[in-house]
Design a protein around this ligand. Structure first.
Ligand SMILES: CC(C)[C@H](C(=O)O)[C@@H](O)C(=O)O
Ligand code: SF4
Length: 468
């Protein structure tokens, strides 16, 4: 009998092309996703050295960060954004890479469209020049973000040089309480292990509460692994995974399907597989979460209070809390639910999927966005938008006073026209609350889609359980 292996070990071993004595490996890459921000110099590098894209059929490109979320017929007003999006189109045409252009119904945030198309499959190695590539780990695929020079390497060779990671398992035991979602789980986990807690590790998420999540929820969890410092996140594939993939445009068909599923079933970690680190969290300890500071680990339950610098575990953290409070315009000891908001952003690769929008609609139905709040909903892709409209969710949103927009990254990072003004405060379903992330001087509170909907209605951070 060979040694019991983890899901990570199995995928890794299956993709090693060459192993150096120090353990560094050349890995075969099954899928490469490309967006407009990190690809221009990579294509330029190929052009300058006269190389081609090695496997264009395994490469898929989409503009997402710089696209406008309204008035697309008029093109892109901002020149820098327009040039990036046009450059991607030109590069894809020249190198024979499939592109879902800005006006294609399949366009959307890169990490939403991969799974949606069945491009993301279990057991694969998947890369993209983007840190939230971790999202795809929800399918039991090894997915990580890479830099632009690595994008060029993968385009040219379909391989990547990587050092092996350590294995961490985070188990969430028991059932979630009412009103608690995947977003609350991952925010809570980051609060427990910290933004450096996953450094050097690939995190495999396990336990009853994880197994019960839909694929959408699992993607939300894996998406934010990077915010815990991890190289990637993983969840073992199971019936929920197969059910989600079946019938998608690029999924294995007919005879190949049974063969693929049979292989995917061999992937989950073997009994007795060794992890370098184990963390166990009780689902019952998690209440709806919200961040108060400028790091995703600055998170508390919605019934809590804003911490004081003296709550910091060491001098560094104490001064970080002080700086955060200052930037965020908050007072130590203030009730989190008393924090008044100006804007709400619902969308991003963390929470821009159909299930997220259904959650928002469930809370928003028959209610109104507070008069003092501007609330926008940006679906993760054109197909998510279409499905939401087929389900009549758009009518609920518009009726409630939400702005219903076109798909893209939008105010997750404010590379397009959607942004906060200095001092504005936003309840956001995205994944980063760094200073200036949603616009210079803007203040971000991360939370779940249902919590964002509740905040939009209340005009301040609110407990979704009061709105169920
Ligand atoms: C622009 C891109 C390189 C960046 C990333 O790598 O994550 C962005 O998607 C983000 O979320 O900050
Ligand atoms: S939605 Fe946000 S986190 Fe996701 S890829 Fe776009 S900018 Fe990055």
């Amino acid at each position: 009998m060979s040694n019991p292996r983890t899901l990570f070990d199995k995928i890794w071993d299956n993709h090693v092309v060459h192993r150096q004595d120090d353990g560094t490996c050349l890995l075969y890459i099954d899928r490469h996703l490309v967006h407009e921000v990190t690809s221009p110099q990579a294509f330029e590098g190929l052009r300058m050295t006269g190389r081609k894209v090695r496997r264009p059929e395994n490469t898929l490109a989409v503009p997402d960060h710089n696209v406008p979320t309204s008035g697309r017929a008029q093109g892109i007003a901002d020149e820098e954004s327009r040039i990036q999006v046009e450059t991607l189109s030109r590069n894809c045409e020249e190198f024979g890479v499939q592109l879902f252009g800005m006006n294609d119904i399949r366009q959307g945030v890169v990490h939403i469209i991969g799974p949606e198309q069945g491009f993301t499959l279990p057991g694969m190695t998947i890369v993209c020049g983007d840190s939230h590539t971790a999202t795809h780990g929800a399918f039991g695929s090894l997915a990580f973000g890479i830099g632009t020079s690595e994008v060029e390497h993968v385009l040219a060779t379909q391989t990547l040089i990587q050092k092996p990671a350590k294995n961490m398992r985070i188990t969430v035991e028991g059932d979630l309480l009412p009103g608690v979602t995947a977003k609350d789980m991952i925010l809570h986990i980051i609060g427990v292990i910290g933004t450096a807690g996953g450094t050097g590790y690939v995190i495999e998420y396990a336990g009853e509460a994880m197994r019960k999540l839909s694929m959408e929820g699992r993607m939300t969890i894996c998406n934010m692994s990077i915010e815990a410092g991890a190289r990637a996140g993983l969840i073992a594939p199971d019936e929920t995974t197969f059910e989600y993939i079946k019938g998608r445009p690029l999924a294995p068909k007919a005879g190949n399907w049974e063969q693929a599923v049979a292989y995917w079933k061999t992937l989950p970690s073997d009994a007795g597989a060794k992890y370098d680190k184990e963390i166990v969290v009780q689902a019952a300890d998690i209440e709806p979460q919200v961040t108060w500071g400028t790091s995703p680990e600055d998170v508390v339950g919605i019934s809590a209070f804003v911490p004081a610098p003296s709550d910091g575990r060491d001098a560094n953290k104490k001064s970080a809390i002080e700086r955060s409070l200052d930037y965020m315009g908050l007072k130590a000891g203030q009730r989190v639910q008393d924090i008044i908001i100006d804007k709400v952003f619902i969308g991003s690769c963390t929470n821009g999927r159909i299930e997220d929008l259904r959650e928002v609609a469930r809370i928003a139905k028959g209610r109104k966005v507070a008069e003092s709040v501007y609330a926008m909903i940006v679906p993760g892709s054109g197909l998510v938008k279409l499905q939401a409209e087929e389900e009549g969710l758009d009518e609920i949103f518009i009726e409630a006073g939400f702005d219903w927009r076109e798909p893209g990254c939008s105010m997750c990072l404010a590379m397009n026209a959607d942004r906060l003004s200095p001092g504005e405060r936003c309840a956001s379903t995205s994944n980063r609350n760094f200073e200036g992330r949603q616009g210079r001087g803007g203040r971000t509170h991360l939370l779940s889609p249902a919590m964002a909907a509740a905040a939009a209605i209340a005009g301040h951070l609110a407990d979704v359980r009061d709105y169920e």
